[in-house]
Design a binder for this molecule. Structure first.
Ligand SMILES: *[C@@H]1O[C@H](CO)[C@@H](O)[C@H](O)[C@H]1NC(C)=O
Ligand SMILES: *[C@@H]1O[C@H](CO)[C@@H](O)[C@H](O)[C@H]1NC(C)=O
Ligand SMILES: *[C@@H]1O[C@H](CO)[C@@H](O)[C@H](O)[C@H]1NC(C)=O
Ligand SMILES: *[C@@H]1O[C@H](CO)[C@@H](O)[C@H](O)[C@H]1NC(C)=O
Length: 399
């Protein structure tokens, strides 16, 4: 493609993308954020990526492209590819031009862009993925190029069709290989790609599980690099979510012990604790859904329960709420023993303390209301369960 054509295409692309991202940001920031902020702060490619990508949380579905989700998805790949092949200074100028356009003008440009893409035969996502994978396969490329290829894949795997193609193109093998790279940033992006590719996608989950990476990811969770640990736990979560085989494997390699270690370690990053407690709730919910699961008991382990209950005393309200959700899910498992929660974890008293603390809270009215409701629900389930246990000692497994 000629240089000037490329610049033209990018200019159009950016208009469309800036408007999409800015409206998304604006929407999330409750209209307090001026449209310019995205580009004013995006100094280089990685900042741009950070601006486009919301902080990943495995419970949140990816919707970075806002209203353009779906029909517009392959443009993300193009944008990423094009940015990798152009002059960042020029792009910044074009981007600030694009911000001055009205919505009608932006729409018009978007149509022009579609026509242009057809004329130019801009590469498809599959072709872009092939280029990136080919680079990853090439042992003589520089570290920077390797990172660029991975960052491209990170965006390209988001649409489900692309994720489904990844294995066919040799992409999973190539990305898994990078989990052993000596550079922590490379390992981090690779774990992130795997996590994203298999999010709500049983086919890709099973393909990744078959490559035997679960224990590797579990080791990465112990990394001294926080980002690496967080992305590895993100990948583990999406890999085993709603996946029976994945969860059995996870339990068999002491996955619950890993979660327990994270939740009970006071010096660990709180984001990691939030992800761990979310995963506990998720595992409990799924284990309850599948009938005759002998593995129930693994999630009802005394020490795991205690680690979750201890998080209820956290100063972080978000973590506290996530822990409450997990307690609720755990309580609903037949294998969870109400006596364990009462005697070993002191759940009664812990809940009372939180209630007192909520009464004292004035600034977070709505939040406090939610928490109070959640606690009431937990208390009802807890007491019903305790009575049952008292009536039919030892028969709780047959429920
Ligand atoms: C990359 O290498 C793998 C083998 O490691 C191969 O299966 C795949 O076809 C290669 N893909 C590309 C695009 O070079
Ligand atoms: C591998 O990368 C090197 C350095 O960028 C390049 O010269 C070479 O052509 C690449 N090989 C393949 C097969 O793409
Ligand atoms: C799991 O933990 C048990 C007891 O702590 C230990 O004996 C076993 O070797 C561990 N298994 C794996 C796969 O780490
Ligand atoms: C707790 O986490 C810190 C920081 O990640 C780590 O250095 C330490 O080894 C952990 N402690 C235990 C007991 O696992």
């Amino acid at each position: 493609m000629g240089k000037s054509l490329l610049t033209l295409a990018l200019c159009l692309l950016l208009s469309a993308y800036v408007s999409a991202s800015a409206s998304d940001v604006e929407h999330r920031a409750n209209k307090s954020s001026p449209a310019g902020i995205l580009w004013a702060t995006a100094k280089d490619k990685s900042d741009l990526l950070a601006a486009i990508e919301p902080e990943d949380d495995y419970a949140v579905e990816g919707d970075a492209s806002g209203e353009f989700a779906g029909g517009f998805s392959s443009l993300e790949g193009m944008l990423q590819w094009a940015i990798g092949h152009s002059d960042p200074e020029k792009l910044k100028d074009k981007a600030s031009d694009a911000q001055r356009l009205s919505p009608a003008e932006l729409n018009k440009r978007q149509l022009e862009l579609k026509e242009l893409m057809e004329k130019l035969k801009i590469p498809s996502d599959a072709e872009l993925m092939k280029i990136a994978i080919n680079d990853l396969n090439n042992s003589s490329i520089s570290l920077e190029d390797r990172k660029r290829a991975l960052n491209e894949l990170l965006i390209l795997v988001e649409p489900i069709d692309n994720a489904n193609d990844l294995d066919k193109l040799g992409g999973l093998v190539a990305v898994v290989r990078e989990l052993d790279n000596s550079d922590p940033e490379i390992r981090t992006i690779s774990a992130w790609i795997l996590g994203k590719a298999c999010q709500n996608n049983a086919l890709v989950q099973n393909q990744i599980l078959a490559l035997g990476v679960l224990t590797r990811l579990m080791k990465m969770v112990k990394s001294s690099s926080r980002e690496e640990a967080i992305k590895a736990l993100f990948a583990i979560s999406t890999l085993i979510r709603n996946n029976k085989d994945g969860q059995e494997l996870f339990f068999s390699v002491n996955g619950t012990l890993m979660l327990q270690d994270i939740m009970s370690n006071v010096s660990i990053d709180i984001r990691l604790q939030k992800k761990a407690v979310l995963l506990v709730a998720d595992l409990a919910d799924y284990q309850q859904e599948i009938s005759g699961a002998a593995k129930h008991a693994v999630v009802s382990d005394q020490l795991l329960l205690k680690a979750v209950v201890n998080l209820l005393s956290s100063n972080d309200l978000d973590l506290q709420e996530k822990a409450l959700q997990a307690v609720k899910s755990l309580l609903q498992l037949p294998s969870t023993d109400a006596l364990d929660l009462k005697n070993f974890c002191d759940l009664d008293n812990v809940l009372e303390r939180i209630q007192e603390q909520l009464w004292e809270m004035k600034d977070h009215d709505y939040y406090a209301e939610e928490m109070k409701n959640l606690i009431s629900e937990i208390q009802i389930i807890f007491h019903r369960k305790s009575e049952k246990n008292a009536g039919f000692m030892g028969s709780n497994l047959k429920e």
